[in-house]
Design a protein around this ligand. Structure first.
Ligand code: GLU
Length: 493
């Protein structure tokens, strides 16, 4: 069997969306599972759609996600160049199109825009948002296929602008095999004579893609199922050239929770947006891997190594995959819990510093939040009380289960205040022993001592860490100040 070669072939047209990342990931996993080669090829022949900076996003995303390519523009593996606009310079696409012309599988087309527009009219105009339909009914009528050799030569000599079109037979059918969707057969008369070389001399995406997949000896082509309708035209090109087709793997749609197509406008759909929202790269990759595929053991949390080991593209699901934000958040939380403490500290520090603009023990705060968040962006909300005591409601001292109310809380705080004042060593353990010996003396429940203190120093119903941890992080002066505020609040009712 040939060595597996897969490619991620993005067009640099903007952000790298979750769907693109999934394609890249599956290509990577298919290659790595078989010890094959993962190639990065930049498909930039559509000058109009080119977006500055998009190539950098592709590099940053692949690197951030750990999908390291073996060959690409920056890593020659003998199949370069790996950027289509550079490949074009050697004339390979035109050369291949001409080979098809010789075989009668392609032809020069000199039709003007005006003539093509009349064709469109002949089948009726369609609104812009039904663009796909336009393509289908706006079929080229093969007018230029019937030009004589002399007419073609004269037009070329007169430098009349032309495109080169694929010549698809009007009868018969075309069948291709897809690893996920099975055999798909279409009637040839449904297929348009698509343009292979545009009037500016650039190949179309469709043509360059097929030529390059062949020349780069790509064995598996993974892409979104929106390409299924174009694939018969690729199949015809492979047949016309006499080349072997790669294994096609068309991926199911990704929808949002409402089962609508994931829109590029919704913020959560790009890798870099997700990173900005506090998700970890490992969690994003793990989550994306499960958008349409699951491991045979149904394990959810899987590292990239485990994915490489278990991934089998033949088990990809046909039905749409739902981008479930709740699941991604849960998964991210699991990754944060598992993370090594120092690594987490480094990642959490910028978020902690934004929320707490004063000098506290950030490392201890990081340790407290690690098991209590789902994304790094959750940090701010749960630690902001360290920076500033919120204006809380005195009702918070009343807690049924803890058997506390405003009266007994006031007693507890008043009686504990001098003991805290007297405390020299403000460590967690000494604060703990002050509260515990008080609780013992008074023969009250632990909660009756702890709840009022924690409420007073945090102003929050739930906090990362308990009374001792919070007090020792805040320090003596700030803790006493907060307890005094609580006493004032309780006195005033
Ligand atoms: N350049 C195409 C894209 O970015 C690649 C499609 C394919 O993988 O064949 O969508």
């Amino acid at each position: 069997m040939n060595k597996i070669r897969t490619r991620y072939a993005p067009s640099p047209t903007g952000k790298m969306h979750v769907g693109n990342l999934r394609t890249a990931l599956y290509e990577y996993l298919i290659a790595k599972h078989e010890d094959g080669t993962f190639v990065l090829r930049i498909e930039d022949t559509d000058q109009e759609r080119y977006v500055d900076g998009a190539i950098d996003i592709i590099y940053r995303t692949l690197e951030g996600a750990g999908l390291i390519h073996d060959e690409g523009p920056d890593k020659d593996g003998g199949y370069g160049p790996y950027v289509q606009s550079e490949r074009m310079k050697s004339g390979i696409y035109l050369e291949h199109a001409k080979k098809l012309i010789e075989k009668g599988s392609a032809y020069y087309c000199f039709c003007t825009k005006d003539r093509l527009a009349t064709l469109k009219k002949a089948v009726g105009s369609v609104s812009e948002d039904e663009e796909d339909e336009v393509k289908e009914i706006n079929k080229y009528d093969k007018h230029c296929l019937h030009l004589s050799k002399e007419e073609i030569e004269k037009n070329l000599a007169d430098a009349i602008p032309y495109v080169i079109r694929q010549n698809i037979p009007q009868d018969g059918t075309t069948t291709f095999h897809d690893a996920i969707f099975g055999n798909i057969t279409v009637d040839n008369d449904e297929l348009d004579d698509m343009i292979l070389i545009k009037s500016d001399g650039f190949p179309t995406y469709n043509f360059a893609n097929v030529v390059d997949d062949h020349l780069m000896e790509i064995t598996h082509v993974v892409r979104g199922n929106e390409y299924l309708s174009s694939t018969p035209k690729y199949t015809r090109l492979y047949e016309d050239f006499g080349w072997e087709e790669p294994e096609y793997v068309h991926l199911p749609l990704i929808t949002n929770e409402d089962h609508k197509k994931l829109s590029k406008r919704s913020g959560h759909s790009s890798y870099e947006d997700l990173i900005e929202q506090g998700f970890l790269s490992e969690a994003i990759v793990n989550f994306v891997a499960l958008l349409g595929w699951s491991s045979p053991s149904n394990t959810e949390i899987m590292s990239l190594e485990e994915l490489i080991r278990d991934f089998d593209y033949r088990n990809i699901n046909k039905s749409p995959a739902v981008f479930d934000m709740v699941k991604l958040r849960w998964m991210n939380g699991e990754y944060i819990k598992k993370m090594e403490e120092d690594k987490f500290y480094t990642m959490a520090l910028p978020y902690i510093k934004v929320a707490i603009k004063k000098d506290l023990d950030y490392k201890r705060i990081a340790d407290l939040v690690k098991t209590r968040i789902e994304t790094l962006c959750d940090i701010g909300d749960i630690i902001d009380f360290f920076y500033e005591l919120p204006d809380y409601d005195v009702e918070m001292f009343t807690h049924k289960k803890m058997k506390t109310n405003s009266e007994n809380s006031l007693d507890v705080l008043r009686e504990l205040l001098p003991r805290f004042e007297a405390l020299e060593d403000y460590s967690e353990t000494s604060i703990e022993s002050v509260i515990m010996s008080y609780v013992g003396e008074k023969q009250i429940k632990n909660g009756q001592g702890l709840w009022p203190v924690r409420t007073a120093v945090s102003g929050k119903q739930s906090t990362p860490g308990g009374a001792y941890e919070i007090m020792s992080i805040l320090g003596k002066e700030e803790s006493l100040y907060r307890i005094n505020i609580a006493i004032d609040k309780l006195v005033r009712i």
